[in-house]
Design a protein around this ligand. Structure first.
Ligand SMILES: NC(=O)c1ccc[n+]([C@@H]2O[C@H](COP(=O)([O-])OP(=O)(O)OC[C@H]3O[C@@H](n4cnc5c(N)ncnc54)[C@H](O)[C@@H]3O)[C@@H](O)[C@H]2O)c1
Length: 244
């Protein structure tokens, strides 16, 4: 979408980190912005409004289809419908796959997977109807490389502190000593991530304008992605990307 000014961006997970930065970057382009989050977005709302564009805010849990649908409906009513949709809300409680509690798996998949599915189901038919739009789904490079534990491309945000968003009724993981040690390392790695949320938001705005499909925020990770693809095609045991 080459011209963003006057159009409408919808961003989930807009209260913090990448979502907050994207909301502000779209507002800088003159877009009106709809903010969705399970927590309070009033600080971002005020900052978006200060940039002279319209803002809308809704408290929603992206793992609930009807709440995402209500978000899309509210944007239709108040802002005339979204043009750019960022399915960005996410959580990242850490644990080895086999020791992660069922509650944690359900929570993670509810937000990180079903949140995107609900966003796509609610918004894409609307974009198709107006024959215009761009969807940005925030994922993790951990999904396309094979790192032990987690991915090495971090952006300093609140993601290592996802516990703050744990809903009631999801039994937490009982963490082993190794997991607790890895968690401490992850928090450090996230805090020291060299790319800022604002850098990522700028890359997203640029990619939307250039109508690009993939956004790889950390170019140095491309070698590890290539290695993983080669290992799949070559039917080899995956190499450790941290050791390449
Ligand atoms: N920061 C990184 O290094 C990194 C790395 C890989 C992937 N990501 C992904 O980036 C996205 C943004 O995360 P971030 O790094 O900005 O972290 P963050 O914790 O700063 O922001 C995440 C936002 O999502 C919101 N949220 C959580 N659960 C929600 C729910 N059920 N419904 C609605 N909103 C909810 C939180 O309140 C928060 O505002 C996530 O999808 C995350 O998995 C981040």
């Amino acid at each position: 979408m080459r011209e963003l000014k006057g159009k409408v961006a919808a961003v989930t997970g807009a209260a913090s980190g990448l979502g907050r930065a994207m909301a502000l970057a779209f507002a800088d382009e003159g877009m009106h912005v709809a903010l969705g989050d399970v927590t309070d977005t009033s600080e971002v709302f005020a900052e978006v409004e200060r940039k002279g564009v319209a803002a809308l805010s809704m408290k929603l849990d992206v793992s609930r289809a009807q709440e995402v649908e209500a978000f899309a409906e509210l944007i239709d009513q108040e802002l005339g419908g979204a043009h750019v949709v960022c399915n960005n809300a996410g959580v990242s409680p850490l644990g080895a796959a086999w020791e992660t509690s069922l509650g944690d798996w359900q929570w993670i998949l509810g937000v990180n997977l079903w949140g995107v599915i609900h966003g796509v189901r609610s918004f894409v038919p609307r974009l198709i109807a107006r024959n215009q739009g761009h969807v940005v789904n925030t994922a993790s490079v951990a999904g396309i490389i094979n790192p032990p534990g987690s991915g090495p491309a971090y952006v300093p945000t609140g993601i290592a502190d996802s516990e703050r968003n744990r809903p009631t009724g999801f039994e937490p993981t009982v963490k082993s000593k190794e997991t607790l040690a890895r968690e401490a390392l992850l928090k450090k790695a996230v805090a020291y991530g060299r790319l800022s949320a604002d850098d990522v938001a700028k890359a997203v705005v640029q990619a939307v304008k250039e109508e690009r499909f993939y956004i790889l925020t950390h170019p140095r990770i491309k070698g590890a992605i290539g290695a993983r693809m080669e290992d799949i095609i070559g039917e080899r045991t995956p190499r450790n990307p941290l050791a390449l």
